[in-house]
Design a binder for this molecule. Structure first.
Ligand code: BMA
Length: 891
């Protein structure tokens, strides 16, 4: 196609264009460098495991022990190749670049057998000048990937001569690879305590050729400030380097914010910038009165506006569109208790951050780009009342689409830089590499409305201070820490964001206090400052007094087993479906994790006898119940204490992000949604314990039952009636009921009732002493004056479930009726109060409106949202319902 025709076509659709792009995605060829495997079809973007599976060289790598048997893949060098035709007008441009949005990780790149460059960082976009290598007609690109295992090993060897940068290898239980910290690749691809080692190689993002004479817009980075009655929308436009020696980039940059179809704010900048590092800054003053504010999920709408940036030079024109949500965000650290507060204000409103930690969307990074996968994750987060997700530092910076959906759904993102649970090198080469990464990722991501903050690393301040790796020269490693996260990452971050964005060096950390202590605090987990990560598998997870009182809990949680249907998809034989067997142990990477779960289960429940063939099923069920209950207790504890400052100055907790939302394979893990997409019982509980208003209670160490109402809503709640009912296990009619009429301010927690538990039990005719605790439990509910439910129902158990006199509920699915499209109403009938009633639709995939619930009535209707078309008969055939009683040893 000639230059003129391109011009004419774009004129017709209203855009001038003489730039040219050629997409190189699609079918490539793949060989091992030793040519033992050759001429395979490969897909770009993609990755080696996917390609080998597609070509049947590998079976399903998520099956059986494949993480062990496929280790040769990441020890092999691989070559991706493609041939393509280039038209004359493309080569005629003064600048012709080959652009890889993501190369994983170490590759040499050849165009027509000439080496044009190399890559060393999976998180960087690589742009190679190929003007002199490309010819009209047929061309060839070859990308030769080294083995990441070999490279990281070689780097570690080299380093060892000066000093060791630990950890050398992950714990044996990970079946992982060593020295992930030597390289800039998804750290978890070398295995983690919830994931397998599949250190992929490949062209994991788009690849294209761009051709231009002047420049192209690469990034548009926006940021907001309030100035009186206006929003100041700062717009930094980063243009592509012009390789022509001495060439300045001149032209016009038009920046337009569309407010409505016929209202906009515009800025026109005359550009004349150095061709080497071209960037243009401008701002728009946007009247606040014309704009609807963007709010996090649960606080209002997520109105997004379109910002269009156009660069013009003669007939060359480059265009980029980004979305802007108008909001302010601050991290408030001011004196409180014996330390500093640590909470977010969005649009000046203090907001309790509720949500979870997200691990990579897929262990094969190219599959993490899948839009459906992204949307499902966010939909679950949104439906579960989350307003924040943490993109954790051992994974990847996620796809563009990921952050777009976060903007659209009002889920704020706590964005870690990709450093986790390790010390890192600080030689010049490594730091240069990190600078390129920070530069690219901050420009790519920081304009997103959803991004609340960037964090330097995950747990590395704590690892250093608490000496996880047994190092003897603290100062040496501390200096390295500061060099990397402060002098490199933070400095570059602040240059790009003009210090208008929030940056914290680590999580957990003490925020400003860590800075005062030279960025490595004496106690990075100090509850008086910053955020904490809390894990203790020896405590009783349902006892809230076991939990700390931090300012912000950014990680905490418990493991559970995914359900049997998920395991069935990955076992080699039925004999592997054994909770005490080799396979379950192989997939448990957290050392001692299965035993920890058993201990937690046995403390609370009496699982059916070991010899019973339902034992594995029972343990899976109980593991999910205890995970849900523990995480619920802990999260409610944090929410309760949003308005507390205790005598030691602790409290004012304003964040609860449990670990972890998703999974990367079928294995025991902290995940609330398993790898196959099935919701564990935790996810159903999350929907309730993160509800905007909750009623909750616990029995404190002085035997006082304390009942709280927590409201995250901004306005004051209308007067409500809270009911505290006591039930005997053998009757649907409560034995006592107290109603409390109350008000609560918006954004607060209030203690609405305190009563000695023994007094309550004897008042309720439950008996005396331990007997009373066996016979009864407490049910909490909350309605407004018109009788409308205001919070999910809740419960408090005065003793362990194993000591309670549960009755056989003889649960039944009494009817299934089809509602609207793919929606079914399921009626569950019970003869007695039933605990943690769990429905399962097995082969018919979908979610329930409610699951794992406490049934205090004879009948309950649950809605089932099927993913696929099905019939009532089919559903009825698959459905099962169980409760604690079914899996409890009655002997
Ligand atoms: C924290 C996380 C992860 C880990 C999780 C559970 O340390 O940052 O590294 O998977 O706990 O152990």
């Amino acid at each position: 196609m000639s230059h003129r025709i391109v011009f004419a076509i774009f004129c017709f659709i209203g855009v001038l264009e003489a730039l040219q792009f050629q997409n190189l995605n699609g079918k490539w060829k793949l060989h091992s460098a030793n040519m033992i495997i050759k001429n395979l079809d490969a897909e770009v973007p993609g990755g080696i495991y996917t390609d080998l599976m597609e070509n049947k060289i590998l079976g399903d790598i998520f099956y059986g022990y494949s993480d062990e048997t496929t280790k040769w893949v990441s020890r092999t060098e691989w070559i991706y190749e493609t041939n393509f035709t280039v038209p004359k007008d493309l080569v005629n441009h003064e600048n012709v670049n080959l652009v890889f949005d993501g190369l994983d990780t170490f590759a040499d790149i050849f165009v027509n057998d000439q080496r044009v460059g190399a890559s060393r960082n999976m998180f960087v976009q690589y742009v190679f000048d190929i003007k002199k290598h490309l010819k009209v007609g047929n061309n060839k690109i070859r990308v030769h990937f080294k083995s990441p295992i070999q490279v990281s090993y070689d780097l570690a060897e080299k380093q060892n001569k000066s000093y060791i940068v630990p950890p050398l290898c992950p714990p044996d239980a990970y079946h992982g690879e060593c020295h992930a910290n030597m390289i800039r690749k998804m750290q978890a691809s070398y295995a983690w305590d919830w994931g397998p080692a599949f250190p992929s190689v490949g062209i994991w993002k788009n690849v294209s050729i761009e051709a231009f004479n002047s420049t192209i817009i690469r990034h548009v980075v926006t940021d907001l400030e309030v100035n009186g009655t206006n929003w100041l929308l700062h717009v930094d436009t980063y243009l592509v380097e012009n390789h022509v020696k001495g060439r300045r980039i001149t032209g016009e940059l038009v920046v337009v914010l569309k407010i409505t179809d016929n209202q906009w704010v515009k800025s026109v900048v005359h550009v004349s910038v150095d061709g080497k590092s071209p960037a243009v800054s401008t701002y728009l003053a946007v009247p606040k009165s014309k704009i609807s504010t963007w709010w996090p999920n649960g606080y209002g709408d997520q109105k997004l506006y379109t910002l269009e940036v156009t660069y013009k030079n003669g007939d060359e024109q480059s265009f980029k569109q980004v979305s802007v949500g108008f909001r302010t965000i601050e991290l408030v650290e001011e004196p409180i208790g014996k330390g500093l507060s640590y909470y977010f204000k969005v649009n000046n409103v203090p907001i309790f951050m509720k949500g979870s930690n997200q691990i990579p969307l897929h262990i094969l990074p190219e599959l993490g780009q899948d839009k459906q996968r992204v949307r499902r994750l966010f939909q679950a987060a949104k439906d579960s009342h989350m307003n924040m997700l943490r993109v954790w530092g051992g994974g990847v910076y996620e796809s563009e689409y990921f952050y777009e959906v976060a903007d659209e759904m009002g889920i704020l993102i706590w964005q870690d830089f990709m450093f986790a649970c390790a010390m890192y090198p600080t030689n010049e080469e490594f730091l240069d590499n990190v600078l390129e990464e920070v530069d690219y990722q901050v420009k790519r991501l920081s304009g997103h409305t959803s991004i609340a903050l960037f964090a330097g690393n995950n747990e590395n301040e704590a690892a250093l201070r608490d000496n996880w790796y047994g190092i003897s020269n603290f100062t040496l490693y501390k200096n390295d820490y500061v060099k990397l996260y402060v002098e490199t990452v933070k400095r570059r971050f602040e240059e790009i964001t003009h210090k208008r964005r929030i940056f914290i060096t680590s999580s957990p950390s003490n925020g400003k206090q860590s800075e005062l202590e030279g960025y490595v605090a004496q106690n990075p987990g100090n509850p008086q400052f910053g955020d904490v990560h809390f894990y203790d598998y020896t405590i009783d997870p349902v006892n809230s007094s076991a939990y700390p009182l931090p300012r912000f809990a950014s990680e905490y949680g418990y493991e559970s087993f995914p359900c049997l249907d998920s395991w069935k998809e990955v076992v080699q034989s039925d004999s592997d479906l054994d909770v005490n067997g080799k396979f379950f142990e192989h997939r448990q990477h957290h050392p001692g994790g299965n035993q920890e779960m058993l201990n937690m289960i046995n403390r609370e429940f009496l699982p059916i006898n070991k010899t019973h063939n339902q034992y594995t099923e029972a343990i899976i069920y109980f593991s999910q119940v205890i995970q849900a209950l523990g995480t619920k207790t802990e999260t409610e504890h944090y929410r309760i204490h949003r308005s507390t400052i205790d005598e030691e100055g602790k409290g004012h907790t304003m964040g609860a992000l449990y670990w972890q939302l998703n999974d990367v394979w079928v294995a025991p893990s902290w995940g609330s949604i398993d790898y196959t997409g099935r919701w564990k019982l935790l996810q159903y509980h999350v929907k309730e314990f993160l509800a905007p208003v909750i009623i909750t209670g616990y029995i404190d160490t002085d035997k006082q039952l304390k009942v709280y109402v927590v409201s995250d809503l901004t306005p004051e709640l209308p007067t409500f009636v809270a009911s505290i009912c006591v039930y005997r296990w053998n009757s649907f009619t409560p034995v006592s009921k107290s109603n409390i009429m109350m008000d609560i301010d918006g954004g607060s927690s209030k203690l609405i009732h305190t009563i000695n538990i023994n007094v309550l039990m004897s008042m309720s005719d439950c008996g005396t002493g331990a007997d009373a605790f066996r016979n009864c439990f407490i049910h909490l509910s909350m309605i407004d004056q018109s009788g409308k439910q205001m919070a999910p129902n809740n419960y408090v158990f005065p003793t362990k479930i194993r000591n309670s006199s549960l009755q056989n509920p003889k649960l039944k699915i009494s009817s299934v009726k089809k509602g609207a499209d793919k929606i079914f109403n399921i009626e569950v009938t019970s003869e007695n109060i039933a605990l943690f009633v769990t429905l399962d639709s097995h082969q018919i995939r979908g979610t329930f409106s409610d699951n794992g619930f406490v049934l205090v009535e004879k009948n309950k209707t649950v809605i089932f949202f099927s993913e696929n078309d099905t019939t009532t008969e089919e559903l009825l055939k698959e459905l099962t319902v169980v409760s604690v009683f079914d899996y409890t040893d009655q002997s």
